[in-house]
Write a protein that binds this ligand. Structure first.
Ligand code: FES
Length: 250
């Protein structure tokens, strides 16, 4: 995918370099500064460009593959130019039990885009992500990596209106390159998520290795019998304890 830059990378690198030097000096091993340096690039560019990854590899004397594999592990790093507001809604277990499907469908409807897409005006990018570790405040999301909890459709309305009016509490991302319509990266297109695209129900967001596009939890809710019948480790331990106490009483 070709990217049209609106800011030269040499300028970006010059801006990030002092912060990178400061970060590297904090750690006994320079490679420990990798994640904060990638964040520093993203703070300046709005994404982590291939040039940024190559430069981080050079500054830290790491193989490029180590940097790329680290960046690609996290949905915290955007490896394509994205919109000014990066909307990442959690689709994992707790959030799904608490209405994430409704929130995701509402976002898609309001934005007119699907998972891993950007609106034509380059304002919003949308992604459905795995657990954001805020399960006690489900359903939740991140906007430009800031958390928002206990979401309702009314919250989505208020949030999008404030972003469009330029009054939202989280500042927009910088954009060193124009975002394309789709921003998924090669290895993200396979098992990771079928997303909302080409599935019959927009409320079925897909899941890890789930080719049907039906979220695993929805399946379990629809057909709980196999769970009760399954000898889970917890159940075996519970039953073992019950047997032991029964034996000791007799
Ligand atoms: S399941 Fe959504 S934050 Fe954990």
């Amino acid at each position: 995918m070709s990217v049209t830059r609106t800011r030269e990378f040499s300028e970006v690198a010059a801006e990030v370099r002092p912060e990178a030097d400061r970060l590297i000096a904090l750690y006994p091993q320079s490679r420990s500064a990798l994640l904060p340096i990638l964040h520093a690039f993203q703070n300046v560019e709005g994404w982590v460009s291939p040039e940024a990854m190559a430069t981080a590899a050079e500054w830290l004397s790491l193989p490029l593959s180590a940097v790329e594999s680290t960046a690609s592990f996290y949905t915290l790093f955007f490896r394509r130019p994205v919109g000014k507001y990066m909307l990442q809604v959690c689709r994992n277990l707790s959030c799904s039990l608490n209405g994430a499907s409704e929130i995701m469908a509402y976002f898609r409807e309001q934005l007119g885009i699907a998972h891993l897409q950007t609106t034509p005006d380059g304002t919003f990018s949308y992604e459905e992500v795995e657990c954001l570790a805020a399960c006690d405040r489900a359903p939740c999301m991140q906007v430009n990596l800031e958390f928002f909890y206990d979401l309702t459709p009314a919250d989505v309305d208020a949030m999008l209106a404030a972003m469009r009016a330029g009054t939202f509490s989280v500042p927009p991302l910088p954009q060193s390159a124009a975002p394309g319509k789709d921003w998924h990266v090669g290895q993200d297109t396979g098992r990771k998520s079928a997303g909302a695209r080409d599935v019959s129900s927009p409320n079925d967001p897909g899941g890890m290795g789930d080719r049907s596009g039906v979220l695993m939890i929805e399946r379990l809710i629809r057909d709980p019998a196999p769970i009760d019948a399954r000898p889970t480790r917890e159940r075996l331990v519970r039953e073992g304890e019950a047997r032991l106490s029964h034996d000791s009483e007799h």
